[in-house]
Design a protein around this ligand. Sequence first.
Ligand code: FAD
Length: 464
Amino acid sequence: MHAATCSARLGPSVSLTNLGCKRGLPHHRGGSARLLPRQGRIKGRNTKCSMSRGGDDAEVDVAVIGGGPGGLAAAFALIAKGLTVRVYERSKAVQQVGALLSLFPNGLEALHKIDPTTYEAVLGKAEPPSSSVRMDPRGTLLGPPGPHPFSAMEGKYGHPFVNIIWYELTDVLRSRLPPGTVHLGHRCVGFEDAGAHVAVEFENQATVKARMVIGADGVRSVVRSMLLSDGPPTYTGIMSWRGVFDSDADILTPSRQASVTSGTDKGGPDKLFLAVDIQARKTAWVAFVLQAEDPSETPKLSDGAAHLDRVRSLFSDWEAPLLHRVLDATDSARVLPLGIFERSPADTWSGGRVTLVGDAAHAMQPWLGQGTNSTFEDVHTLAELLAAAGGPKVLGDRSAVVSVLKEYESRRIPRTKTLQSWSQSTVLRPLDQPPPPRATQFMRSAEEDDWMYTYDHAVLTSLA
Ligand SMILES: Cc1cc2nc3c(=O)[nH]c(=O)nc-3n(C[C@H](O)[C@H](O)[C@H](O)COP(=O)(O)OP(=O)(O)OC[C@H]3O[C@@H](n4cnc5c(N)ncnc54)[C@H](O)[C@@H]3O)c2cc1C
């Protein structure tokens, strides 16, 4: 049992000294613990209740671990409620690599509630695709170009469906935070719940004392592994590559979005290629392929040319000219390879003063496009519950923080469990394997769609 869960279960009156741990004990920085695999090193540090005395020893209301869409939106939402927040991101620099994201009315509603002007700034970088086209691997259209199936969403749900580049979304969020909020080059390697605060430790030897910690550190969350000890995420057998390039022409003309897909009446598709134009400035694409080997270590970004060659070879027998036009226009330095991993739904996301948002809490397969959208809902719910409980003042009372986090879980876990389960109805399968019943996202009922695309504002009611 590690220190974080010890103190979370026993309460603040049980000090770490009572548990046989002394503050200020020299830990194994640079010693044998460094030689252990990362997971072992984290566990080792926590079972020893080690605590760094070095670093900048900053003190904040909330330390957010991870500077993706979830972490940045969390900072936004909590600063707006009067809390002091720092975001700690392991990357040393912001990378403009390829990743296409779709934002749906429910996620945009949550973002609008967090901050209407940021919502407008995000929409300013996004495009609601007006038309789309589908084709087979030979480039034969599977129907005439037509309106995008999600074009009517704005009329129905009050917010549009839009496509945006992942790094343009995070750039907008980051640029609107107060200077000094985001700290790059800070990889979290451990934390210790000391009752009145949580001490977070980073690989670069910095430390921070926070009255709440939010793990927004993605599908391989270090914070989650220390909180829940539920092992690594599961590889789905699907590999993806995403790319982006600057385009001064609408490369997909006459449509704004194009998908190329294998698959027959008998089975499949086993590969899928999707490209979208964004505001005639950029084109972004994603390729999904069945791949049995588990890419458990994310391939190095620096191998961009090899990644692009791999995509080319996987699609070499596909004749659709559009696909090759898009790949030829892509700068290999901006290709992002990513195995698709998921997690089983968890019954809890919190312990003491520490909780999770986004992929760290509920990583799901990408078919619903709900990962970031549900993350914005998490963040808005958490911020509203904290504000309703007294804002910064509540952080002085550990049991009140625990109650808020329980309430947060009870409002978020049931919804995200359903989204996680729907997202498992994968759209990729071998060409000889016919789809199971209810196989794709397009087979949900209208009521289920309404439920998914509507963010419930019940969070604004008072705490139970
Ligand atoms: C192919 C694909 C397509 C997708 N399409 C969509 C879509 O259309 N719509 C949608 O809503 N979602 C989509 N998603 C999901 C979406 O990308 C994620 O749900 C979303 O990025 C989650 O945001 P997050 O902030 O929780 O995590 P992440 O975006 O993973 O960010 C986590 C951050 O934490 C940092 N970090 C990790 N470990 C540490 C550490 N120890 N210390 C400090 N920092 C750390 C990482 O560097 C990263 O910046 C897609 C995913 C994939 C793979």
